[in-house]
Design a binder for this molecule. Structure first.
Ligand SMILES: *Cc1c(COP(=O)(O)O)cnc(C)c1O
Length: 378
């Protein structure tokens, strides 16, 4: 089970063997491959990529029934046909992941820390009573899909191939219980930046995203559905995103949309510690490791609204940013707290976040030595 879970030696070994594995896939694959006859690649303007609107030629699909995963396939990207009674529509068993592939400076395409996403996907699956996806099939499906659609991986600054694995309950049944049938699928999209500007966030002290004992640590679709109403209210006030606080007291900062939160207070980089209400982000882990490696002072602990307030008032809170795969590392330009809108200084002048972003992006794109073996070439 632990084969691809850590991103150290085991994944590096896997990567070294990947080309052999991919050759094997062509002869004895774990799934079938039906290639499209009509690529849509020439319809895409790679110089004006937005986020999440264009989908590559192929997708992976694998179904679960009778207590086992059936043989999967890579096929042309296209619609699913489903019963209106499919349980996902009614009881919401749906989970997903978000990861990226990058074109390296030497032209090679690499996945960034895919083992972390596979492990988290299966953690989400367990919480939502869904079957885990065997890691080797998951990894090979990712590699084969990205390799097949390698010409969809853009190479411009701020661009990448976003990869969306997901699983839904497909049993046709009315009545509340865990589904007995599921579909697991992966599609990809060439993307540009998720947020074009630094974000304006509002500290949310009434609505909650996640509760202790709930599903906040899982990438479960319902978590996002529940966050839309408070988000819309904040957007109407001119904010881009919420900065969630804990559900019990609204005294501690949790995270922001699909980003984990980080702050620089008195020159110390602080990130709220993950729990069952804070998603354990791959970008968070990456950025914290890089910060320690670069010699910044790092504290992983609860961070109170009180401390945030004092830091904003005194000016000792010099940087605030979100980190996530889709958004990468995004400075907060404005923080709304109890009706006051605090303006942060220009992020270009910050000491820590831009340095971390350069390192993070440089490693993913093969411009800076990958000293942690995070890139897995396909
Ligand atoms: C996906 C996500 C993140 C960021 O996780 P990454 O692994 O860095 O992409 C943070 N918070 C929430 C709620 C998320 O869904």
């Amino acid at each position: 089970m632990a084969r691809y879970l850590d991103n150290g030696r085991q994944l590096a070994t896997f990567a070294a063997n990947l080309n052999d594995r991919l050759k094997m896939i062509e002869t004895t694959p774990l799934f079938d491959i039906h290639q499209t006859q009509t690529s849509r690649l020439d319809q895409v303007d790679f110089n004006a990529l937005e986020f999440g609107k264009v989908f590559s030629d192929h997708m992976f699909v694998m179904e679960y029934e009778g207590g086992a995963w059936q043989r999967g396939k890579i096929e042309p990207y296209g619609p699913f046909t489903m019963s209106p009674a499919s349980m996902v529509f009614h009881y919401g068993q749906a989970i997903f992941e978000g990861m990226k592939a990058f074109r390296q400076d030497n032209g090679q395409v690499s996945l960034f820390r895919p083992g972390m996403n596979i492990a988290r996907f299966n953690k989400s699956a367990v919480r939502m009573c869904m079957p885990e996806v065997p890691e080797d099939i998951f990894m090979e499906a990712l590699a084969a899909l990205v390799k097949l659609d390698a010409s969809w991986v853009p190479d411009g600054p701020s661009t990448s191939l976003y990869i969306r694995p997901f699983m839904i309950a497909t049993d046709s049944y009315v009545g509340v219980r865990a589904s007995k049938k599921y579909a697991f699928s992966i599609f990809t999209c060439p993307v540009g930046a998720y947020y074009k500007q630094p974000v304006k966030v509002k500290v949310e002290k009434y609505f909650t995203r996640a509760t202790p004992g709930g599903t906040g640590f899982a990438k479960a679709a319902g978590n996002y559905a529940g966050s839309l109403y408070p988000l819309e209210k904040a957007r109407a006030e001119g904010f881009d995103q919420l900065l969630w606080t804990d559900a019990i007291e609204h005294k501690y900062i949790e995270e922001s949309g699909t980003m984990n939160a980080m702050f620089v207070l008195n020159d110390v980089l602080i990130s709220p510690e993950t729990s069952d209400t804070i998603l354990d982000g791959v970008t968070r882990d990456t950025v914290l490791k890089l910060a320690e490696d670069l010699g910044f002072k790092v504290e992983i602990r609860r961070f109170s609204v009180e401390e945030l307030h004092a830091g904003l008032e005194s000016g000792l809170l010099t940087e605030a940013f979100g980190v996530g795969t889709a958004a990468t590392l995004k400075p907060m330009a404005e923080i709304g707290l109890d009706g006051i809108r605090y303006q942060m200084t220009d992020a270009k002048e910050w000491k820590i976040a831009p340095r971390l972003m350069r390192e993070f992006d440089g490693i993913r794109r093969g411009k800076i030595e990958d000293r942690f073996s995070w890139n897995i070439p396909v």
